[in-house]
Design a protein around this ligand. Sequence first.
Ligand code: G3H
Ligand code: 13P
Ligand code: ZN
Length: 283
Amino acid sequence: MLVTGKEILQDAYKNHYAVGAFNIMNLEGLRSVIDAAEQERSPILIQTTEGGLGYGGIEYLGEMVKIAAQNATVPVALHLDHGGSFEMVMQCLRRGWTSVMIDGSHLPLKENIDLTRRVVDAAHAMGVSVEAELGRLSGIEDNLSVSEKDAIYTNPDEAEEFVKATGVDYLAIAIGTAHGKYKGVPKLDFDRLDVIKKRLDMPIVLHGASGIPEDSIKKAISLGINKINIDTDIRIAYIDATRKFVTENPDIFDPRKVFKGARIAMTEVVAGKMRMFGCAGRA
Ligand code: G3H
Ligand code: 13P
Ligand code: ZN
């Protein structure tokens, strides 16, 4: 069934677990993440970035996810990940997305508030929930000093002001994760997360969670993370399995045979994350 992101995340918030939000850009990805959700009896947020929508086509991906959600026996939300403009969000609202992110994290605080407030007004009028971001994710190779961290990680005072001023439903924060493949082991600022969660009465979102060790993920959930974004680990599973198959079977040119193993590999990665996040068995 197709539901809003808020509906899924309110249960996670009340019951202290996190729900995985998995990026897709084509049919292989979509079928893989839905298979994992069914297999694990897990609610799921299926998310698309602007780049993913450019690749897969906004109409195609939107309709495909909605059909998958209608046929699914678990709750599914269709989420816009890192929406970069009011116009982009409007396009998704018009096509039936049930959750949207507006990412104004690169803007000065006041401009981020203004943009997010406009999106919240429009999305809430349509019954759609909204994620926003405050603070900037560091680069994968950054080794930040304390003052650099203070400059880019989410400031708890600003977070409180931001949430009050915007009415956003869930907030993505920066505590030391990065998008992409880590070179070393990332160190997360758990104290900052703890302070933010105690001051904000709402679900908190962790981006850049691929490659974060299980103990750190579990600690982040225990401190109040309720939505966890995974893209890179799915891409790696997809491409590694595909590369292995074509290397071992250079004469096979039927895409159904080539991508069969890749779909299974993506489903295994997503199912493993669902068990790790505690959303398995919640649907
Ligand atoms: O933040 C989300 C992604 O991992 C980056 O995705 O390459 O589709 O923009 P993209
Ligand atoms: P990863 O690159 O760690 O998978 O992060 C995904 C993400 O945050 C999507 O918004
Ligand atoms: Zn992200």
